[in-house]
Design a protein around this ligand. Structure first.
Ligand SMILES: [Fe+2]
Ligand SMILES: [Fe+2]
Length: 320
C-alpha cells in the first residue's frame, strides 16, 4: 500500500517552498541553489546532482508535526546523502547561525559590563554555543566516521548507533531556556523592536535545531541500525529510545530551595552546600532537581541570572 506523502518529484520546487519556506534551508543543506525557474523537484535535483529521493524524504519528514519511529523507511532515502545533509547543517549552525545570533544579541543588549543581566545572558549564550559545538563535533568526528566505515562494509567493534541514540540529547533545550530567561527577566526598555527581532531569531534557531535532532533520531539512526543489521546478518539489538521527562507545573520555590540557589551561584559544590545547610548530599541533589523542574533552568549560569534578577545574591557574590 502506498503511504501518504505531501511532496512528490513531479511537483514544482517553487510550490514546495511556498507551502513551507523552511525548505529553503533544506535546499541549501542539500547544495541546491536558487534560480530554478518553474522546474520540478526531480528536474532541479537532476540538474544540480542532488539525490532527489533523499531531498524529498527530508522535505516530507519536515512537513509532519509529529514523528514516530519507523515512519521513514531506510529504503526511502540514501544514507550518504542524508549524512551530507546533516554535515552541512552542522556547518550552518556552528559557522553561521550561532555566530550571527551572538552578534545580534550583542547589538541588542548592553554587554559593556554596566548591565549585569545582559553580561550574564551573553555568558549563558556562549556556554550554550560551546555545548552545541561539542555535540556536533562529536557527531562529525565519531558518529559519521563510524557510519562511513559501515558504508564501506566494515563493522568497527566496540561501538554501535544504539549507544549514540541512547545519549543523543535535544540540543535546542538550553536555547529554549535562554529565550525564556530573556522574556521573563531581561529588564524592559521603551522600544522592544531589536529585542523582539533577536527573540524571533532564537525561536527560529530553536525550531531548526529541534528538527535537525528529529531527522537524526527518526531518519538517520534507524537507517544506520538497518545497515548494522544487514552487516550483522540479522543480529538485532533492543530498542534504545529514551523518553524525556517533563514537569511543566509552575511552582513557587521554597525557602530552602532559594538558599540552595544562592549556594550554587556562589560556586559551592553539593558537598559544601550539604555541610553548610546541615543536609545530606542526596537531599541537596533532590532540591537541585526540583529547582530545575520548577524554574526550567538547568545550568548554574541560568540560575545565576535568575538569582541576580530576583535579588537572591549580588553580582559580587557570584562565582560564574
Ligand atoms: Fe547533528
Ligand atoms: Fe545531534
Amino acid at each position: 500500500m502506498e503511504r501518504q506523502v505531501k511532496y512528490r518529484e513531479d511537483d514544482k520546487l517553487i510550490d514546495l517552498i511556498n507551502s513551507n519556506y523552511s525548505l529553503l534551508m533544506v535546499m541549501s543543506r542539500f547544495g541546491l541553489s536558487l534560480g530554478f525557474g518553474d522546474k520540478s523537484v526531480k528536474e532541479v535535483c537532476q540538474a544540480q546532482g542532488v539525490d532527489c529521493r533523499t531531498f524529498l524524504a527530508v522535505a516530507n519528514f519536515l512537513s509532519k508535526e509529529h514523528h514516530v519511529k519507523g515512519e521513514c523507511l531506510p529504503t526511502d532515502f540514501a544514507l550518504p546523502a542524508l549524512m551530507d545533509y546533516l554535515k552541512r547543517a552542522h556547518v550552518y549552525f556552528l559557522d553561521f547561525n550561532l555566530p550571527a545570533l551572538r552578534r545580534k544579541l550583542i547589538e541588542t543588549i548592553d554587554c559593556s559590563g554596566s548591565d549585569e543581566v545582559a553580561t550574564l545572558i551573553l555568558k549563558f549564550f556562549d556556554e550554550y554555543a560551546k555545548e552545541v559545538r561539542r555535540h556536533m563535533e562529536y557527531e562529525n568526528r565519531s558518529v559519521f566516521t563510524y557510519v562511513e566505515q559501515l558504508l564501506q562494509g566494515h563493522r568497527p567493534s566496540g561501538y554501535d548507533i544504539a549507544t549514540f541514540a541512547s545519549k543523543h540529547s535535544q540540543v535546542e533545550s538550553k536555547l529554549t531556556e535562554l529565550k525564556n530567561i530573556i522574556i521573563k527577566y531581561y529588564p524592559g526598555k521603551e522600544n522592544n523592536n531589536l529585542l523582539n527581532s533577536v527573540l524571533f531569531d532564537i525561536f527560529n534557531c530553536e525550531q531548526d535545531l529541534a528538527t535537525h535532532c528529529q531527522v537524526e533520531d527518526y531518519m538517520f539512526v534507524p537507517a544506520v541500525e538497518h545497515l548494522e543489521q544487514q552487516l550483522q546478518q540479522g543480529f538485532l539489538r533492543p530498542d534504545s529510545k529514551e523518553n524525556s521527562d517533563k514537569g511543566d507545573e509552575p511552582e513557587a520555590l521554597s525557602q530552602r530551595e532559594k538558599e540552595i540557589i544562592t549556594c550554587v551561584v556562589k560556586g559551592m559544590t553539593n558537598k559544601a552546600i550539604a555541610e553548610q545547610l546541615f543536609l545530606s548530599i542526596h537531599t541537596v541533589i533532590t532540591h537541585r532537581r526540583n529547582i530545575a523542574r520548577k524554574l526550567q533552568i538547568h545550568s548554574p549560569a541560568g540560575l545565576t541570572i535568575y538569582a541576580i534578577v530576583n535579588k537572591l545574591v549580588s553580582l559580587e557574590e557570584v562565582k560564574y
